[in-house]
Design a protein around this ligand. Structure first.
Ligand SMILES: O=P(O)(O)OC[C@H]1O[C@H](OP(=O)(O)OP(=O)(O)O)[C@H](O)[C@@H]1O
Ligand SMILES: Nc1nc2[nH]cnc2c(=O)[nH]1
Ligand SMILES: [Mg+2]
Length: 161
């Protein structure tokens, strides 16, 4: 789950919006869906965009926290979960990485369609649909985790000038 990430992929609000709208476009016709189950917290913003684009008013959540014990072990804890087997529902998360969360979601909602905006190779086969591939060694930095910052001009680190 990102422990071995050596690179970063920075996602702006605009890029997240564009990619999530593309994910929404692929869920048409909207009439086939009863609603959305957002995988909180990462799936909350994408779910809001999908709900708007598909005019879905039923938005439920499944709240999962991940406890990391060591580099190999990630233990999931479900704090609260929408009821049912997921029939007619879109289960939405921001990304799939190792696939641990996705496996749990599939067990809980076997009849749902599970979709994410981003997917890494280890977990992508567990997702029914996603928009963008990201390498396994890359950490995805999402817009709600970032802020605008001043950046020095490149020549400042140029020792020859
Ligand atoms: O494929 P995996 O290795 O399971 O990783 C993917 C999950 O990790 C992140 O959530 P996280 O558990 O960090 O919590 P958050 O959504 O509250 O940020 C992300 O939002 C996915 O839900
Ligand atoms: N923000 C973020 N959370 C994650 N959780 C698991 N993998 C990732 C990742 O690449 N980025
Ligand atoms: Mg999450």
């Amino acid at each position: 789950m990102g422990f071995a990430s050596s690179k970063q992929f920075f996602v702006s609000w605009e890029e997240l919006h564009r990619a999530t709208r593309e994910l929404a476009r692929r869920q048409l016709p909207a009439s086939q869906w009863k609603g959305i189950i957002a995988v909180s917290r990462g799936g909350l913003v994408p779910s809001s965009i999908l709900a708007r684009e598909l005019n879905l008013r039923l938005v439920q959540t499944v709240c999962i926290t991940s406890y990391v014990h060591n580099e190999q072990q990630k233990q999931l804890k479900v704090l609260s979960a929408a009821e049912g087997d997921g029939e007619g529902m879109l289960v939405v998360d921001d990304l799939v990485d190792t696939g641990n969360t996705a496996k749990k979601i599939r067990e809980m909602y076997p009849k749902a369609k599970f979709i994410t905006v981003y997917a890494k190779p280890q977990g992508r086969d567990l997702v029914d649909e996603y928009v963008a591939d990201v390498a396994q060694d890359t950490w995805i930095e999402l817009p709600w985790d970032m802020q605008l910052n001043y950046s020095d001009p490149l020549c400042k680190s140029d020792k020859i000038d």
